[in-house]
Design a protein around this ligand. Structure first.
Ligand code: CU
Length: 428
């Protein structure tokens, strides 16, 4: 995904800026030492929200691109008049809103919408299906209207209620975020409770999905598929597989998969006086359960399936069941006493750190800054490409079912993203 540009000479380093993936030519003061580049824009949940109370949906067909060069046929929900995109729109509404979703259908079979966790959902039009009122396959002639009041704040799925083993796998799923509106609360709280406050600049959605590409190929070719032989080949977060998952929103090479999922936090300088946490909203739209975790720190689980937990707990790996959602608060605390910006204590003053020439960089590229201290960048051997802007740390954030950490048997890939830990104060 990333172009590899060798860093060559004393006077000139070519440094790949992770954010824009643009080439920035900067003078370097030592061999392989990149000058700090402008920080990539911070992208949070609010950047990918579709807001409102009435949503005119239709089913769409299109293809997703995978990092290994595959192209997979998908079905999604989308706004009428918009192009195909994966995942379906991320709907962000306020508690108490009366929500209306009008659905038309362009697929070759009936479909429907269900809203797990919402109460009092009613539907008009179409015909009764097993789980919900269904829209027939009539190229958008019939509209079914689903209405409900978003009465409880939280993180939810919406998805097809028709042949879900097939249609949800095909991509007919999306995220629904309900923000609290109780007295004194608002969009910077997960629930109507003061302990659920978070930094609104650090709110992230990780919407997980798993797919057997053979099923998608069979649907595209109008063939039958034996679901008892289902075997996942691809996994996505917000519609992309790793490493595409860490690219910014709206990169040009993924025109139908606009959302990245890089989690980005700032180190908490003082464990005794923590800043507001990040809020991570997990949703598992896949058929499998996924044990999921960040490296580098545990999380605080505060909600599940759109309801606040009465007893929050700390957790390292959270197994997200098929169809489940979780709300988690996340701080990155400097528990190991690593220095910040060259400050004290500095781990490299306490241990003998290997010479950079003795470190191995896979494919001559690294996310490491060259220094074990947060906020510091150091020298690299010639021909090493670094993706590190300002001495930040990168940790994996991935499924611990390691068979899911790949794209069609090629690792690393699949159900993974990264958490980026910026030094206190952010990138200069
Ligand atoms: Cu891990």
């Amino acid at each position: 995904m990333f172009q590899k540009i060798p860093i060559k000479k004393v006077r000139l380093g070519l440094y790949l800026l992770i954010g824009a993936l643009a080439l920035v030519i900067v003078p370097a003061t030592a061999i392989g030492r990149p000058t700090v580049a402008p920080a990539a824009a911070l992208e949070t949940l609010s950047d990918i929200c579709t807001t409102g109370t009435t949503f005119d949906f239709e089913t769409k067909t299109g293809h997703m691109q995978t990092p290994d060069g595959n192209s997979i046929f998908m079905w999604t929900f989308g706004l009428q008049g918009d192009g195909f995109q994966l995942p379906s729109p991320v709907l962000c509404v306020n508690q108490g809103d009366a929500i209306t979703i009008n659905l038309r259908n362009n697929l070759p079979e009936a479909t429907s919408l269900i809203f797990p966790g919402q109460t009092g959902v009613s539907a008009t039009g179409g015909s009764a299906g097993l789980l919900a009122q269904e829209v027939p396959p009539d190229n958008g002639v019939t509209t079914v209207t689903y209405t409900f009041t978003a009465s409880e704040p939280g993180t939810y799925l919406y998805e097809s209620g028709t042949n879900p083993y097939k249609q949800i796998e095909m991509g007919l799923y999306g995220a629904l975020i309900v923000r609290p509106t109780g007295p004194g609360f608002g969009p910077n709280f997960a629930y109507n409770n003061e302990t659920t406050e978070f930094d609104p600049q650090r709110e992230f959605l990780l919407l997980i999905h798993d797919m057997d590409s053979d099923l998608h190929q069979a649907v595209e070719r109008n063939q039958t598929f034996d679901v008892t032989t289902r075997h996942d080949h691809y996994w996505t977060i917000n519609g992309r597989s790793f490493p595409d998952s860490i690219a910014p929103n709206n990169v040009p090479w993924l025109p139908n998969q606009p959302y990245g999922s890089l989690v980005r936090v700032e180190a908490a300088p003082d464990p005794e006086n923590l800043p507001l946490p990040a809020l991570i909203r997990y949703i598992n739209a896949g058929l499998e359960n996924h044990p999921y975790h960040p490296h580098g720190n545990h999380m605080r689980v505060i909600g599940r399936d759109g309801r606040m937990l009465s007893l929050p707990f700390e957790n390292f790996s959270t197994t997200i069941g098929s169809g489940q959602t979780y709300d988690l608060q996340f701080w990155w605390i400097n528990v190991e006493g690593w220095g910040i910006g060259g400050g004290s204590p500095r781990i490299k003053d306490q241990v003998t750190y290997p010479n950079v020439l003795n470190l191995v960089f896979k494919d001559g590229a690294t996310w490491f800054s060259g220094d074990p201290d947060l906020g510091v960048q150091a020298d690299f051997p010639p021909d090493t490409t670094i993706f590190n802007e300002c001495g930040e740390f990168y940790f994996p954030w991935h499924s611990h079912a390691l068979n899911e950490f790949q794209n069609f048997d090629e690792g690393f890939g699949g159900l993974a993203t990264l958490v980026r830990v910026d030094p206190p104060g952010g990138c200069p």
